[in-house]
Design a protein around this ligand. Sequence first.
Ligand SMILES: NC(=O)c1ccc[n+]([C@@H]2O[C@H](COP(=O)([O-])OP(=O)(O)OC[C@H]3O[C@@H](n4cnc5c(N)ncnc54)[C@H](OP(=O)(O)O)[C@@H]3O)[C@@H](O)[C@H]2O)c1
Length: 306
Amino acid sequence: MPLPALPRLGFVGAGRLARCLAKGFARAGYPVATVTARSPDSAGRLAGSLPLCQAVADAQAVVDSSDLVFLAVPDDSIGTIANNLTFDMRDGRSVALVHCSGAASVEVLASARAHGVSIGGFHPLYLFSGDEADLERISGCSVTIEARDDLAQRLEALARSLGCEILTLAGAQRLLYHGAAHYAASFALAALAEAADVWRTLGFDDDQTLRALLPMLAGTAEAARAKGLPDALAGPVSRGDAVVLERQLAAFEALGGDHATLYALLTRRALSLARSRTRPPASIDAMTEAVEAVLERSLARGASAT
Ligand SMILES: NC(=O)c1ccc[n+]([C@@H]2O[C@H](COP(=O)([O-])OP(=O)(O)OC[C@H]3O[C@@H](n4cnc5c(N)ncnc54)[C@H](OP(=O)(O)O)[C@@H]3O)[C@@H](O)[C@H]2O)c1
């Protein structure tokens, strides 16, 4: 039997993600029926901020009172919670159970599917702060959905109600999908941390580094949006300044540690972007040779260290 027209939504978890989704869906007109969390206080706070929503004792009470349940809990708890749920499917009742993790397989909900429950994944590509501002900022982001048939349509409608774009995913690709997304999140922070490490050797403190580099990062994101990755490229690689690049690589090698290896690996990626331009820089082969020489030396050092 298809899911009812406007499903009653339930949330297990009242944390950063649940607060934004529950309020966003409620604002879009969806009934959010029940919420639970580890502590009654956080469930009560979220329920109190929503029209006609009740804080309930546990995940089972959410399942018993909702048509579509979001498990918005830490990834490691999703399977345990799902495995302890029971589902009353009498009278043709439909229930759907969805988690919001990017990394966890939808198969962690398989025990529910065995009871006739539709299962799926609803992963917003957004870093939730837990603040009210999330409600505005999530619009324009993407939500990756893994689900079938009616549930897929239902989740797509929910994503659209937040103003989000939709990506669809098959289960086997999930780890690569989630891992690669880190390049736009934690790895951007790791790259800034590397810049701060290097600039510290020049006497700049971390606050100066962030104030100097965050506007550059924002400008880079804007350029990528406006021009695409190859044409947003800046720096010696984009201009074909092979001599500057060689001297920079030597300076990073002189710093020791793995600074030159990281710099050379990222430059290798920048070079492939430059190569994909309609008119790559004339010195692209010379720059590639310089980078590969650093990587070979780094590999040789690694091999001799083992
Ligand atoms: N945060 C993000 O930016 C983000 C982005 C995309 C996807 N996600 C995914 O969203 C999910 C939730 O992440 P989050 O960042 O919102 O986590 P969070 O802020 O740490 O909140 C977790 C919530 O789960 C509740 N909880 C923990 N164990 C529970 C249990 N056994 N039973 C019932 N409730 C329990 C906590 O209760 P208390 O409030 O009482 O502690 C809390 O409300 C994860 O799967 C995560 O991968 C998060």
